[in-house]
Write a protein that binds this ligand. Structure first.
Ligand code: V0V
Ligand code: CO
Length: 146
């Protein structure tokens, strides 16, 4: 079951300048940042709010790390802007399978590694009224050491 907006992915040319815009304009701070080589992105997660399912909603600012990445290709065509939305679920495998059964193309056979150790997959934008849609299961919260 999809229980939250996990994040909105925003493609940008210059991550540091875009982070600074969100900090100076809205007061949002970077919660986490990382490079995902497989996806070809450098990203910053700005936490907006906690959600009632125990997760949170973020803005995900994305800068391409290589010219052949999906985000670089998208930026060249469209310029900066909203690139995808992501719904959070406790079980990305089950939700992806159920959505695939409805005839929507799921882009990965198996979920791949996403931000902060999450597991992610994508639905084809042409099957989702023009919206590239991601499904995310967050990494389990580590229990505190005794
Ligand atoms: C492409 N299209 C889009 C789109 N990207 N429509 C809406 N939103 C987007 N973001 C449209 C495009 O305008 C074309 O329509 C058509 O789809 C085919 O696009 P294309 O430019 O030929 O590109 P493709 O087919 O090579 O690649 C498109 C797909 C690709 C969606 C298959 O971008 C993909 O695999 N995306 C999933 C991975 C990803 O985006 N990773 C970066 C974020 P017309 O012109 O034919 O009408 S990584 C991330 O979010 C992480 C790590 C995380 O959350 O943790
Ligand atoms: Co994303």
């Amino acid at each position: 079951m999809l229980t939250r907006i996990d994040h909105i992915g925003i493609a940008c040319f210059d991550l540091d300048r875009t982070v600074e815009f969100y900090r100076a304009t809205y007061g949002f701070e970077v919660f986490h940042s990382e490079v995902n080589e497989e996806q070809g992105v450098r990203e910053a997660m700005l936490k907006i709010n906690d959600t009632s399912d125990g997760g949170a909603s973020y803005l995900q600012l994305l800068e391409p790390t290589r010219e052949d990445s999906t985000v670089a290709k998208w930026l060249a065509k469209n310029g900066e802007g909203v690139h995808h939305i992501a719904f959070g679920t406790a079980d990305v495998d089950a939700d992806a399978a159920a959505i695939k059964d409805k005839g929507v193309r799921v882009l990965y056979e198996e979920p791949r590694r996403g931000s902060m150790g999450s597991r992610i997959t994508f639905l084809h934008p042409k099957d989702c009224h023009g919206v590239l849609t991601e499904l995310v299961t967050s990494a389990p919260v580590e229990s505190p050491e005794h």
